[in-house]
Design a protein around this ligand. Sequence first.
Ligand code: GDP
Length: 443
Amino acid sequence: MNKKIEKVSGTIAALATARGASGIAVTRVSGLKAKEIYREITKKNPEHMIAKHTVFYGEGETRIDSGIALFFKGPDSYTGEDVIELSSHGSSAVIEMLLERIYSLGGREAEPGEFTKRAYLNDKMDLTQAEAVADLIESVSARTAAAASRSLVGEFSDRVNDTSAAVSEVRALVEATLDFSDQDLEETKHPNHLLQKTKEAKNSLKILIEQTRTGIRLRNGIVMAIVGKPNVGKSSLFNRICGSERAIVSSEAGTTRDIISENITVDGFPIRILDTAGVRDSQNQIEQEGVKRAIEASESADIVLEVIDSREWCQKNTEDKNVLILNKADLLTEKLKIEAHKAFLLSAKTGDGIDKLLDHIAGLFMDEDSCSSSITARKRHLKSIKDAYRKFCSAEKGIKGGEALDLVAQELLEAQNSLAEITGEFTTEDLLEEIFKSFCIGK
Ligand code: GDP
């Protein structure tokens, strides 16, 4: 069932490149009047994918600028409609005049993400690909950009569609059993075949959940909090990892009160790193608040770097998501035996041991194998896949328990519909609004 909402109206225009003075700026136009606008502005005939060096004319013979005009004949364009791209000099005055001219010729200002929304509505891409356009534009790390590119060319959609096909196969078997239960049909003679296919589809859903979780981490980054007692070297470690003197380092305990955060990339992975107040009992109200925030940060972080002074270490292990840091290694007078413990001996002061820690953190994101095939994903994708998984598990229970097969078939259909929400095959206007409003104008 295709529930795309058809709401394409007017010829839209916007600056496609970033605002501000630049060497070149690209103004994009899409819609029925694009061809006509091209003719009026360039006084030339548009030809599909032929770049023409031209004057951009205002009203009559007035000249706005000169540059390159490109025409894409729909459906062979980004939006699927006739599109023109005018590369002019990147002056805000020139852009303003060009856009005004386009509006006077029947164009209107594009809404945020409207070019990509049209591409989606005209079947040039599905919803996950449209979202990947935004992910790619916003990506700040090489890994995220590579993953967004994979989603953009449809790798994530393919995985969702493959999983949906596996669920569909189970549903077809269940429905065949329903329709032909009194006949000697091949499938109905082999319940083992149904069980095998059920197992395969469930496995496919489980893998998809894991890949989506990784995709969300790659898109959003992870949060890593540095915690520990006062004066163990948390701020020094924070600065060392950020590569700048962002946090105040002092031998006086209780200097960091509020949480300091910085966005960094480690081996191409996006991370938000937090320096927190030293955890200790204090009578000072501000420090108490700092300690409270530190505890909250460590509870909600994906990774916690638990820093202790290596001279005070007593062979303790730590919680699962915590990485134990034994700092001030340069002050040790005798060697520590830490092999059996999940701990990193380092010196935030000299930098010794930091690289090993960073390698370990990058490895926590994913292994090298899954790295080369990772995609970007969003929470809404995970929610839909989890919904599909829940419905599928309920159907599986029905199949194994011999429940009414029409109910089982219905649950399998609902599982498929949940998956179809991801690619936008089955969607609502509200969801589209939500997705495209986060885009910039011109995308
Ligand atoms: P925080 O209170 O845990 O954030 O600790 P700071 O980073 O402010 O450091 C407290 C004191 O320990 C400062 O005087 C730092 O210079 C010192 N310090 C931090 N890390 C090291 C280290 O690895 N070696 C040595 N020798 N001193 C360190």
